[in-house]
Design a protein around this ligand. Structure first.
Ligand code: NAP
Length: 499
């Protein structure tokens, strides 16, 4: 029978295969950002002791789990895939209630996460090293990929299903045991993941979930000597501090952080396609995506026309509670993010950018119960302005005009971040030159800046990313360590030179 807690609005941590209360005896409400009257549940405000229990449970589970054949580990993930599909609607509603994105966006995210579990279930058959020729006769030399042990996963709120999926699935299939700390804004989706992985047959202690504040719970995971690696996604401020802290004890870290993604439209582009891509990239998920289109770089010949069309479409977007039909854009995730959005809108105007539409918090009626911001478009943006250089993480797009391809490329590359970019053009030569010279981890041609697929590496250059790529085969490699084997089958002492 499924172990569920739907009868109670007060939830627990998941440690050693059991739902257990936090040692602090404290819970925090998880409030719907579209409707403050809707409390999704109360979630543990955990502390260092809870993390200690979770790590001990994960450590105890490691020998048996790492000794389980990888295809068998994959089959448990495959079973979870079936269960996630069966409970898609329930997970999506939970996700929308706690994060705010629209129900169709939530379903899209969950389906992507399910693809990741499915991909990594198959990886159970493919975890491989290499065989390579030895310098010595009758010597078989090869490499093995082996699990690390207990790994810590620290995830943000903006993809509460997909990011835990793209971290936990590769960690588990490669034989590690997991302690996960989800963002404090989105513990409910993480709880469902824990519940379903358990129901799919994951042995006790293999996956543990501890909710609570980043400072206490996150640091306790990073500092614990039994944790062998940290996979973090979140802001640059937290990611860089975490990396520094982890480096003090030589801990392996991957940190995927912020973006400031540019979308370039050249004069020969299919403008309808480009504007559709801009609207999707800038305002989808309320702009709260690391890959969101936050800078639009337009060749001057088409700038006026494209700008007018962006404004016309942005102004028509219906903003509201993502659980309702016909809503295009949900709220900011919390009061802090709402303030950040509004602060940057003010800063942009103070720095001389021209506000073309939006720019305000939506108020009145149901809007007063949530954190709603208008889709906002600025033009006349200069590369020196903060809305060009800093991540906002909201529905705010900055338009810059350029005279040609070279200037467009220079503007797009003029950023401390290097996550994703797009170019819209019909000129294949220019598209290829852009692909070659763009300083980012992911390039799209005639396609929005957003998106990723399970089998394709995901991540950024420059200050966006530290460590290996996530998703795909590369995402699993992070959770393994390499062993080189020299197998001498001569049965005699060597007479030849040994290197
Ligand atoms: P965040 O504030 O950095 O938080 C990320 C996670 O770190 C949360 O679980 C947070 O816990 C935890 N945390 C906070 N302080 C910590 C500490 N001292 N030690 C360890 N963990 C700590 O980021 P966010 O606001 O959730 O997410 C938005 C950011 O994520 C944006 O910058 C976005 O670009 C980035 N992002 C990047 C990617 C990518 O792949 N490049 C994908 C998605 C999002 P609490 O919630 O309890 O504070």
């Amino acid at each position: 029978m499924r172990k569920t807690q739907e009868s109670s609005a007060r939830y627990q941590n998941f440690i050693g295969g059991e739902w257990v209360p936090p040692t602090t005896g404290t819970w925090a409400p998880n409030v719907n950002p579209a409707n403050h009257d809707d409390i999704v549940g109360e979630f543990p405000v955990s502390a260092q002791k809870d993390v200690e229990f979770a790590i001990q449970a994960a450590k105890a589970a490691f020998p048996a789990w790492s000794g389980t054949p990888a295809p068998a580990r994959g089959r448990i993930l495959q079973k979870a895939v079936e269960l996630f599909r069966q409970r898609l609607d329930e997970i999506a509603r939970t996700l929308t209630r706690e994060e705010g994105k629209t129900l169709p966006e939530a379903k899209g995210e969950i389906l992507k996460g399910i693809n990741l579990f499915e991909f990594y279930a198959g990886e159970g058959f493919r975890i491989h090293g290499k065989t390579l020729p030895s310098e010595m006769r009758q010597t078989f030399t090869y490499t093995l990929r082996q699990p690390l042990g207990v790994v810590g996963l620290i995830t943000p709120w903006n993809f509460p299903f997909a990011i835990p999926a793209w971290k936990s699935a590769p960690a588990l299939v490669t034989g590690n045991t997991v302690v996960m700390k989800p963002a404090s804004n989105t513990p409910a989706t993480a709880r469902l993941i824990a519940e379903i992985l358990h129901e799919a047959g994951l042995p006790k202690g293999v996956f543990n979930l501890v909710t609570g504040p980043g400072g206490a719970v996150g640091n306790a995971i990073v500092d614990h000597p039994d944790v062998k690696a940290i996979s973090f996604t979140g802001s640059n401020a937290i990611g860089l501090a975490l990396n520094e802290r982890a480096a003090k004890r030589g801990l392996k870290v991957t940190a995927e952080m912020g973006g400031k993604n540019a979308l370039v439209v050249l004069g020969d582009a299919d403008l309808e396609l480009a504007v559709t891509g801009i609207i999707q990239g800038a305002f989808g998920s309320t702009g709260q995506r690391c890959t969101a289109t936050s800078r639009v770089v337009l060749e001057r010949s088409i700038a006026k026309k494209v700008t007018e069309e962006i404004v016309a479409r942005a102004s028509k977007l219906r903003v509201g509670d993502g659980l309702m039909d016909g809503i295009d854009m949900g709220p900011a995730v919390d009061a802090h993010q709402l303030k950040t959005d509004l602060d940057y809108i003010r800063i942009a105007q103070e720095e001389g950018a021209e506000l073309l539409c939006g720019g305000r918090r939506l108020t009145g009626g149901a809007y007063d119960k949530g954190y709603f911001v208008e889709p906002t478009v600025f033009t006349g943006v200069k590369t020196s302005m903060r809305i060009h250089r800093e991540e906002i993480f909201g529905p705010v797009v900055a338009i810059l005009e350029v005279s040609d391809f070279e200037e467009a490329l220079a503007v797009a590359n003029d950023s401390p971040f290097g996550l994703a970019t797009s170019i819209y053009t019909r000129d294949a030569n220019l598209a290829m030159k852009y692909v070659e010279r763009a300083e980012v981890g992911m390039v799209h041609v005639n396609n929005p800046t957003v998106g990723g697929e399970a089998q394709l590496p995901f991540g950024g250059w420059k200050s966006t990313g530290i460590g290996e790529r996530e998703m795909a085969e590369e995402g699993a490699e992070f959770f393994t360590q390499l062993k080189t084997v020299f197998f001498d089958y001569t049965g005699q002492a060597r007479t030849s030179k040994i290197y």
